[in-house]
Design a binder for this molecule. Structure first.
Ligand SMILES: Nc1ncnc2c1ncn2[C@@H]1O[C@H](COP(=O)(O)OP(=O)(O)OP(=O)(O)O)[C@@H](O)[C@H]1O
Ligand SMILES: [Mg+2]
Length: 417
């Protein structure tokens, strides 16, 4: 929705295609989520007790599905709606959303929960179990209920130690309480079978009692999503209808794409940016299929893929990625020696006051980044001696990439990881 006065003012100030481009940023959560009504309804059913008979049970659910299928956005929207409903009934319910990829232990996850629930617990020196008890006690004292989303939970499953994993999955088995005030939403990109393989039988059946699948979006679904998001972000009538159709077909799962809404929206955004560049005095500019073609043929798509991956990389992997980008930038070549990358990486760690990982670990990280298609690795360049390896990025433009990596690292450090 746009306000006509604002609209008039912004046209006068600066002609462009965007009414509000922040509405297309990946972290923006829109008011509605077309084609996720079913998942939303299932969430309400599972957590109904929180507004009907709070404290009677503690619910858990796993939201699973591939990249950009609306898991995070749906959880956040659900959190907003359910806390509003609860407050209308005089129930004190809060919602917390923790990105587990940037935490390393159950304790740091609970600390983040405590912060988001605005609880006052002096957390200096408390161990996991003391901290959990203190959290429960404080919630009792405030008569507070909470729904906690543990996003990027795959990093807990694959890299947390056993006890920490179980604390987050079987919270009330480890920490007892009469009134069950905490409820959990776990978000995963894994197939359920793979989750089960990682966990023991009890924890597995615990986690799997409630699951909600997020299918990759079909082309016709993406069409609706793009149109809706464009309504918020662009001036009316600026985007050609064929644009939505073209992107939807490019990304739609049923038309050969991976059904990733984030990618579809990023293409729409990039096409808008491109159209905006063509603005001249007095000329009306529209976003056309040609802009989308130019974007999807250009390097920006490589960037979008890398951006998609940053969320689930560890801080050290991000630093390594930054070192590779800096190395490529400094040398101006298309591949950079791993030894040199490692040197830059150590310097970055030193500047941040953190202990660098060992050589073997770094090599492992690079292999993992290569397996995910984020970097490319080459042995011994032609015409050079030695058997060392060289790394490079796919097709991402380095300056934009560096900016985003830096922002992600800064965000991680802000929350103390
Ligand atoms: N149904 C929808 N309607 C409008 N926008 C959507 C919808 N689904 C997803 N989006 C948007 O697409 C982007 C990706 O969605 P989201 O972050 O929720 O995906 P995800 O499933 O959590 O992906 P990942 O596994 O990569 O974290 C977000 O910007 C989100 O706002
Ligand atoms: Mg997500």
């Amino acid at each position: 929705m746009y306000n006509l006065k604002e609209l008039a003012e912004s046209v006068i100030k600066k002609p462009g295609v965007f009414l509000d481009e922040t509405k297309l940023y990946p972290e923006y959560v829109p008011e509605n989520l077309p084609h996720r009504e079913e998942q939303f309804k299932q969430l309400v059913k599972i957590f109904k007790h929180v507004v009907v008979s709070p404290g009677s049970s503690s619910a858990r659910v796993v939201l699973y599905g591939s990249l950009g299928t609306g898991k995070t956005a749906t959880a956040i929207s659900f959190g907003k709606v359910i806390t509003r409903l609860a407050s209308e009934k005089g129930i004190k319910l809060r919602y917390a959303h923790v990105n587990c990829a940037s935490t390393r232990s159950a304790l740091s996850v609970l600390r983040e929960v405590k912060n988001q629930l605005s609880l006052s617990i002096p957390d200096r020196g408390l161990g996991l179990s003391e901290f959990a008890q203190a959290l429960l006690k404080e919630m009792d004292r405030e008569d507070l209920y909470a729904i906690v989303t543990l996003d990027e939970f795959d990093s807990v499953l694959t890299s947390f130690k056993g006890e920490d994993k179980y604390a987050l999955i079987r919270f009330y088995d480890m920490f007892h309480s009469d009134i069950l005030r905490l409820n959990f939403i776990y978000i995963s990109r894994m197939k359920l079978n793979d989750v089960l393989r990682i966990l023991d039988e009890i924890s597995g059946s615990y986690m799997m009692r409630n699951t909600i699948l997020f299918n990759p979006y079909k082309s016709r679904e993406l069409f609706d999503i793009l149109k809706y998001r464009a309504d918020e972000a662009f001036y009316p009538g600026v985007v050609d209808d064929y644009v939505f159709e073209y992107i939807a077909n490019l990304i739609g799962y049923d038309t050969g794409g991976d059904g990733n809404a984030r990618k579809a929206l990023a293409i729409l955004y990039a096409a808008g940016k491109l159209a905006e560049k063509e603005i001249e005095e007095g000329k009306v500019v529209r976003v056309l299929v040609d802009h989308v073609r130019a974007v999807s043929a250009s390097e920006d798509l490589g960037l979008i893929h890398v951006l998609d991956s940053l969320n689930y990389l560890s801080t050290h992997q991000l630093l390594l990625l930054k070192a590779i980008a800096l190395g490529l930038k400094e040398t101006g070549e298309s591949y950079v020696n791993i030894g040199y990358v490692e040197e830059i990486y150590r310097r970055l760690c030193f500047n941040l006051g953190i202990e660098p990982r060992r050589h073997t670990q770094i090599y492992y990280y690079v292999t993992e980044l290569a397996n995910r298609g984020i970097v490319m690795v080459k042995k011994a360049l032609k015409g050079r001696r030695g058997r060392s390896s060289y790394v490079s990025f796919g097709a991402a433009p380095i300056d934009s990439l560096l900016k985003v990596i830096e922002r992600t690292i800064a965000m991680r450090r802000e929350i103390g990881e």
